[in-house]
Structure formats: C-alpha cells, structure tokens
Design a protein around this ligand. Structure first.
Ligand SMILES: NC(=O)c1ccc[n+]([C@@H]2O[C@H](COP(=O)([O-])OP(=O)(O)OC[C@H]3O[C@@H](n4cnc5c(N)ncnc54)[C@H](O)[C@@H]3O)[C@@H](O)[C@H]2O)c1
Length: 356
C-alpha cells in the first residue's frame, strides 16, 4: 500500500465543466482522492463516481457534508455563477482551500469580498481562468517579457459565434444569476489572458455598448445548436448581452473587442491580435499562434504541444495550497479582470465612457 500522502478534495457541481474538464484532469494527477462528488442532481454526482471509481468515494447532494468533514482540504466550486459566492465563502470559513470556476462571481464587489475572506482565513482561492495555463498564452507572455513584441500598443480580440445563446431563458441569460452574457461568460477568458500577457495592466478607462437583440422574443429564436439546452426556459428571462463591443485604455496598451453569442453572420471568429512595434501575433483562441517579426518580416507558425490546461491549472492549485505560495490564478490576480467586466457593463448601461 502506498504511504504517499493523498490530497483530499470535494467537487461541488458535477455538470459540464466538471465532467468535461476537472474530473478527467484530476484523474490524471497522482494521489488525489475525491472524497465527495456533490450535485443537487444526484444522478450527475453518481455518474462521476461510476466513471472514476478509483478516485471518487462518496456521492452527496448537500455540500455542507463536505465542508463539515475535517479530512477535506480543498473544494472545487463548479456550479453556475450565482452559486460561486455563497459556496466559496462558506468553504473558506470552514477552513477549505477553494478552486472556483470563472468568473469569480457575478460582480466585482463580491469578488473583492471573496479575496478578502481567503486572506482572512489564510486559505488559497484560485479561479478557473484556465487560459493562463494554455501553452500558447504562456509562450506569448514570455515573449512579451523578452521584448519580442517591442511595445504592444494595441490588442484586438473577437469572440463571436453564430446563434449559440446558451440555455435561453435559464441561468445563463438571467443577469441576476449569471452577472451578464457573452462578456462575462466568454469575454472574461479573452480579456483576462490579455491582461496577463501584458504583465498585469491596470485599467484606466473603458467604453462599451451591449445588446440583447437576437432573442427578444425567445419563442421565435432560431438556432442549430444550443449548449446548456437542458436549462432552457422559454418562460424565463433573457436580459443579458448577446453582443458587446468595447474599448479599453490601460497603463500599457489599448484593447478593443467584439463578442457575440449570437449574430446573423454564419461564422465563428475567436482570436486575439497583439500589435507590437517590433512584432505582432495572432493567437487562435485555445490554439496555436502566428508571430511576425517586423524587422525580418518572417512569420513563425507555432506548433508546440498543448498540455491539457485544466490539468495544469488543477496541479498548480494543489501545489499552491500545499506550499502556501499564491500562483497566477490566485483570485488576487483575477480581480483586475473582474473590475474590467464590471466597468464595461456599467459603461454599456450608462452609454458613456467611464474613467476609473
Ligand atoms: N473554465 C472554463 O473553460 C469553463 C467552461 C465552462 C463553464 N465554466 C464555468 O463553470 C461553471 C459551471 O458551468 P457548467 O457549464 O458546468 O454548468 P452546469 O449547469 O453544466 O453544471 C453546474 C452544476 O452545478 C450544480 N449545482 C448548482 N448549485 C449547486 C449546489 N448548491 N450544490 C451542488 N451542486 C450544485 C447543478 O446541478 C449542475 O449540475 C460556471 O461558472 C461556468 O462559467 C468554465
């Protein structure tokens, strides 16, 4: 029998991101015990126990059971956005380290409270801004530190897709539960990785326009695919951005972006362009990048290995709470991105620029 110390975790929320990313990732990490798989829908938690019988021990529907267990060192909060705050705060107060999915929660102010609670309890709170562990993002961050871009003066990104509003009428499209639409759901990844590659840029002023146009009449909304379709509720609410356009000034570079969950353009555009005076790069979201050296006019197409970013993120979280050293996904490093989302939404609501 192995005498190696095992890390004891509880996973709260066994939906899409749990099933598709964190359970597979954790199953590849040595010496991990998932003492509890928890979901309000018991079948979802049971499915994880059935799929990972050597890792998952118990199935529960009440996360308080896991919080009350002194053996549990850390919990993963993989629930819809509206539940991040309460579960994370309770878990921190119960003395657990927390890995909470992105966004931190539905607003910047509550995110700050979560960060403060983590410090007060002396616990690690990491956020699932997994793109910080994407290999291309890591390489571009290093290239920027090495001066390969010269001065990055502007970044443009596009996160647009064709008619794919998730779970129309359910939690995703109800602002009080999600905090917003395409910006908080997809945009957080793009804007956060940009701030990261820039080396922690500080926001100076922002302007945005947000639209909720494509499913004003939910019953007549047409689509080919809808993710989170099981949460669709045509008697529910759709009050979030399905398209947003914005402009941001930071102390390092300006950023412009367009994002849409739904548009009448049958195309997906998911990329980020970094404009530097010495070099520039286009990063395919979650993929490889092309870098052009402005002096030699040579273009390099990257073709590196892509380790699973969720596995890297989860390994780094475990290492962080074992060593007590905060890493790049620590909530402290994600607050600027949450502030940015908050101000972009405020600007869109006021229809004017906001100075920070
Ligand atoms: N990092 C990424 O790339 C990424 C990708 C997708 C989703 N996410 C984030 O992950 C979170 C979950 O998204 P999802 O798509 O997996 O949603 P989901 O609806 O598929 O899963 C959430 C699960 O949480 C459960 N749940 C809700 N409240 C609970 C509670 N109090 N106790 C126990 N279980 C509870 C639900 O029953 C559901 O099964 C969201 O915050 C989302 O933004 C991150």
């Amino acid at each position: 029998m192995s005498t190696e110390k095992k890390t004891v975790l509880a996973i709260i929320g066994c939906g899409r991101i749990a099933q598709g990313a964190h359970f597979p990732a954790l199953s590849r990490i040595e010496n991990v015990r998932v003492k509890y798989a928890c979901d309000l829908i018991v079948e979802k938690a049971q499915k994880m126990k059935d799929n990972y019988p050597n890792m998952v021990e118990e199935v529960i529907t009440d996360y308080q059971v896991a919080l009350a267990d002194p053996e549990v060192e850390a919990v993963f909060v993989l629930t819809p956005n509206y539940a991040h705050y309460t579960i994370t705060m309770e878990a921190l107060k119960a003395g657990k380290h927390v890995m909470c999915e992105k966004p931190v929660t539905v607003s910047y102010d509550l995110s700050v409270e979560m960060a403060k609670e983590a410090d007060k309890q002396g616990k690690i709170l990491n956020i699932g801004t997994c793109l910080r562990f994407n290999r291309s993002v890591e390489i571009l961050e290093q290239m920027n530190r090495e001066g390969k871009f010269g001065n990055i003066y502007h970044i443009y990104c596009s996160f647009r897709d064709f008619r794919c509003i998730p779970g129309l009428g359910g939690a995703f499209t109800t602002k009080s539960q999600s905090g917003g639409g395409v910006l908080i759901d997809w945009g957080i990844h793009y804007l956060d990785l940009i701030l990261y590659i820039l080396g922690g840029a500080k926001i100076q002023n922002v302007t945005a326009d947000a639209y909720c146009e494509m499913a004003k009449d939910m019953r007549s909304y047409k689509y080919r695919d809808m993710w989170a379709e099981e949460s669709m509720d045509l008697d529910g609410t759709n009050d979030v951005d399905d398209f947003i356009s914005g402009y941001i000034r930071t102390d390092k570079a300006s950023i412009s972006f367009n994002g849409s969950w739904a548009q009448n353009i049958e195309q997906r555009d998911a990329f980020i362009d970094f404009m530097g005076d010495k070099g520039g790069a286009r990063l395919d979201y979650c993929g490889q990048f092309k870098f052009t050296n402005g002096e030699t006019l040579e273009t390099y197409q990257s073709n590196h290995d892509m380790p699973d970013m969720y596995e890297c993120e989860d390994r780094a979280f475990i290492e962080s709470f074992n060593t007590g050293v905060k890493n790049k996904n620590n909530v402290d490093n994600i607050l600027e991105s949450m502030k940015l989302l908050d101000y972009l939404y405020r600007s869109a609501e006021k229809r004017s620029e906001i100075q920070l």
